[in-house]
Design a protein around this ligand. Structure first.
Ligand code: UD1
Ligand code: UDP
Length: 381
């Protein structure tokens, strides 16, 4: 029997982390031929994930350039992907989330009459400039996709309200599957700073690098964090800083050379997850961290004005802190100084998944292509 040829396409760190458990699951399926194509929109930060999960790319477009522009990434990715699709002729292309690689993967597959499956479908803010350009990337991908793998019921309802064409499956988020591979009680850190960190001190994990936060918002975020650390002598912060030079300039300028602020290079995801599981709270503008932290019972202050992830806000483990100095400072101090406020947020809930999202996606593909009669059971919160 001819195997179903599934090509997984991704390019940045978060896509790789969230696609890795799915690639592993696809490779286990006897009736599927699994191929991986990376655009390498990120280089070092992508390779870290590839190495950790031991995933080999069948195609590597190697498109990253320093200070790359959206137009540059888009043209290089579409051109390269079209050639790969023409040569390899997959039955289905799987893309993830909302990066430029995601949009390029979907449109290049469409141009080649190849079916598209969208993993992490249906997240929306309904503000086309926030997150920029991700909101438009995911809307366009949703329009092109034949199959939508929505993490939550709320994501599915967004797609239904938009009357998107194609089949929708509620699967949970594959990032929760990834945590199964990484978090360990007896984990030993490899990073020198983390090896020597005194975890008896309350530790705040910080990440911030979003495109719409570059410039003044990121400066405000850093200044607020600096004041919080200065005004709370018994805490420390660890900030793995994204490799984008525009991010590094601001962060090192404001937060560099402080004895209780550890600015380090991006971490392998097992290091990051185990750091998170040992920290007191998280301050971040990342999407992925907002999904991971609730499952570890860690309160999150979201350094953004809008969210496409209302589930954790409803569950009470995440608060929107925005990008203004005063509000970030106030909310962080409240969590640090008021044990009741902390307790109210620090409960482990898993609104995003149960660790079986990848299994459901593979089962859905096998069901769509009549390799099984059994449809996947939907993820329910
Ligand atoms: C991209 C995605 C964003 C995602 C984020 C995850 C788009 C438009 N943006 O944003 O949705 O949330 O990745 O991190 O798709 N760099 C390196 N090495 C690396 C990675 C990046 O040096 O391994 C530097 C390069 O100078 C690069 C710059 O970072 O030009 C920006 O990378 P880019 O992918 O364009 O944007 P991100 O902000 O990372
Ligand atoms: N992450 C990581 N190393 C780091 C910082 C983050 O592995 O130093 C992981 C994190 O656990 C999450 C993902 O990267 O799974 C989030 O990526 P990012 O913040 O770049 O993108 P976003 O989630 O905002 O799309």
């Amino acid at each position: 029997m001819k195997k179903l040829k599934v090509m997984t396409v991704f390019g940045t760190r978060p896509e790789a982390i969230k696609m890795a458990p799915l690639v592993i699951e696809l490779e286990k399926a006897q009736d599927i031929e699994s191929l991986v194509c990376i655009t390498a929109q990120h280089r070092e930060m992508l390779d870290m994930v590839m190495n950790l999960f031991n995933i080999k790319a069948d195609y590597d477009l190697n498109i990253m350039q320093a200070n790359q522009t959206l137009c540059g990434i888009t043209t290089r990715a579409i051109d390269g992907l079209c050639k790969v699709f023409e040569e390899s002729k997959p039955d289905v292309v799987l893309v993830h989330g909302d990066t430029t690689t995601t949009f390029c993967g979907s449109i290049a597959a469409f141009y080649n009459h190849i079916k598209v499956g969208h993993v992490e479908a249906g997240l929306r803010t309904y503000d086309k400039y926030s997150p920029f350009p991700e909101e438009i990337n995911r809307c366009l991908t949703g329009t092109v996709a034949n199959y939508h793998f929505a993490p939550t019921l709320n994501n599915k309802n967004n797609l239904l309200n938009e009357k998107k064409l194609g089949d929708i499956f509620v699967t949970g988020n594959t990032v929760i599957d990834a945590i199964k591979y990484t978090v360990k009680d007896d984990y030993k850190f490899k990073n020198e700073t983390l090896k020597n960190l005194d975890f008896s001190k309350r530790t705040v994990l910080v990440t911030a690098h979003r495109r719409e936060n570059l410039g003044e918002p990121l400066e405000n975020i850093c200044k607020a964090i600096l004041s919080v650390i200065n005004d709370t002598p018994d805490i420390q912060a660890v900030y793995p800083v994204h490799l984008n030079p525009k991010v590094r300039d601001t962060v090192f300028k404001i937060l560099g050379n402080h004895s209780r602020i550890f600015l380090i290079d991006p971490l392998d995801v097992d290091e990051l997850h185990n750091l998170m599981s040992r920290c007191y709270m998280v301050m971040t503008d990342s999407g992925g961290l907002q999904e991971e932290a609730p499952s570890m019972g860690k309160p999150v202050l979201v350094l953004r004005t809008e969210t496409e992830r209302p589930e954790a806000v409803t569950a009470g483990t995440v608060k929107m802190a925005g990008c203004e100095y005063n509000n970030i400072y106030k909310l962080a101090k409240e969590l640090l100084d008021n044990p009741e406020s902390y307790k109210a947020m620090a409960h482990a809930v898993n609104p995003y998944g149960d660790g079986k999202a990848s299994e459901r996606i593979v089962q859905a593909l096998r069901y769509i292509y009549k390799l099984t009669d059994k449809a996947p059971e939907e993820f329910e919160i």
